[in-house]
Design a protein around this ligand. Structure first.
Ligand SMILES: [Zn+2]
Length: 455
């Protein structure tokens, strides 16, 4: 079976011998991590450079761009199989790809619509927990089942039952696993069986703060804004973090009331607004805590203090207004690593003022302005944005754990929870150091498993 390690560039050489060598599936088809931030990727970089004739289906674990960004290129290369994903992912995938196509592919509206039509026609929404036969051929068969991964709405890990001449095997692909106790989504349960496991390792060398600590720290940053009328700027991806943050902020306002009702929340991104709406519409996929709030009459993702900005003109007005106003405000805008998008205008206008705060809630890749602000901001340094230096007087904070990947302990618990140890564990989707750290831990935890880092 041909497979791709999630989020990394799919490799033609990475083949599993379990099923027929003539047939396989592809799990995710994304951009390199950080690539979506650079927005300058050339078409040649993105072109599909591995054989696809044997691929019977694409299985999508979740709709983050580093997992789905190259689907249009896969179709262009001639892939004509189904795209299997969870029900929420099937709703979100065309939206995220429409945005990606507009930014990196073409401005030709008719062409974008044709690609989206093609994608919609191929989508096979699969309810969680239900087996789906991908192929049954003389040489072998393959079934897949999706389980909740707790990372973003619709995220799944993939269980594959592969049968070939040499026997049957259960292979599990983790996709991106969520951190436990994150707001809104139920946490993942370990697979009931995995003869082989392919696991992500984004936080293979780190643990997250628990939810209460995170919430407390978020509260402290927001209080600074409430005290001196500053803006808290949160660079965030549209899907997942934005909604989790809104949920937490609504919770703080509801809990403390009074003064807290003065806090304005601005989501400045048409895409984030769209995904917030989808999150709101898909309440059956929320966890119990969130559904209980709704039952009690609360509106965690559409509260009174929330303003959504769509047009570019409104965006520019908001930047100008907030830079001068003394009203406490939280702005959530992309991109998450400050390498582009509307957050850059806010940074230019806000970084120089000590009333303001920049709150990072996600991973900042090396070489991005986000990483520089995080590194140099606390030391009174500067950052380069669009070729110009900006001094950083705003306070810089980081709160981890929102819509995050599982931390090291969570990953270990996921593996430990598999009743019978896998015979092989492949570590993918992380920095080299994170992969190595997780490998060392897993070798101790599961001595019978061959723990490998594919190159
Ligand atoms: Zn992800």
């Amino acid at each position: 079976m041909g497979v791709s390690p999630q989020g990394d560039r799919p490799r033609s050489g990475f083949r599993e011998p379990a099923a027929s060598p003539q047939a396989g599936i592809l799990i995710d088809c994304g951009l390199f991590q950080g690539q979506e931030e650079s927005r300058g990727s050339s078409a040649a970089d993105l072109a599909i450079d591995f054989p696809i004739d044997h691929i019977r289906a694409l299985v999508v674990t979740h709709v983050h761009i580093d997992h789905v960004g190259r689907i249009p290129y896969l179709l262009a290369a001639g892939f004509d199989g189904p795209i299997i994903c969870s029900e929420p992912s099937a709703i979100m995938l065309p939206e995220i790809l429409e945005d990606a196509l507009k930014i990196g592919f073409t401005r030709d509206r008719a062409l974008i619509n044709r690609v989206l039509e093609l994608i919609r026609a191929r989508l096979v929404p699969l309810p969680y927990g239900r087996w789906h036969s991908v192929f049954e051929e003389e040489a072998g068969s393959l079934k897949v089942r999706l389980q909740r991964a707790g990372h973003i709405l619709g995220s799944a890990y993939v269980e594959c039952d592969a049968v070939s001449g040499s026997g049957a095997e259960r292979i599990v692909f983790s996709g991106d696993l969520g951190a436990p106790h994150s707001p809104l989504l139920p946490e993942p349960s370990p697979p009931e069986r995995a003869d082989r496991l392919v696991i992500e390792s984004t936080y293979g060398d780190k643990n997250h703060e628990d939810r209460e600590t995170r919430r407390y720290r978020l509260k402290a940053v927001l209080e600074h804004a409430l005290e001196d009328g500053g803006t808290v700027l949160i660079p965030a991806f549209s899907i997942g973090r934005t909604q989790e943050l809104l949920y937490e902020i609504e919770g703080l306002i509801a809990e403390f009331g009074g003064f807290w009702n003065n806090l304005e929340i601005v989501v400045d991104s048409p895409l984030a607004a769209e995904f917030t709406k989808i999150y709101r519409d898909l309440k059956p996929f929320w966890d119990e805590e969130a559904r209980a709030l709704v039952a009690a009459g609360r509106h965690p993702l559409s509260f009174e203090q929330l303003t959504v900005i769509n047009s570019h003109e409104d965006h520019l007005n908001a930047v100008e207004y907030l830079a001068k106003s003394h009203r406490p405000c939280v702005v959530i805008a992309g991109s998450g690593m400050c390498a582009g998008g509307r957050v850059v205008n806010y940074l230019k206008a806000m970084l120089g003022d000590a009333r303001n705060d920049v709150l990072f809630v996600g991973y900042q890749a090396a070489g991005t302005p986000g990483r520089d602000i995080l590194n140099y901001g606390p030391r009174g340094g500067w950052v380069e944005l669009d070729g110009e230096r900006y001094d950083i007087r705003a306070q810089v904070h980081t709160v981890g754990g929102y819509s995050a990947h599982a931390g090291q302990e969570d990953l270990l618990r996921f593996v430990e929870g598999i009743p019978q140890s896998p015979s092989e564990i492949r570590i993918v989707h992380g920095d080299e150091g994170a992969k190595r750290a997780l490998q060392a831990k897993l070798r101790k935890l599961v001595p019978v498993a061959d723990v490998v880092i594919p190159d």
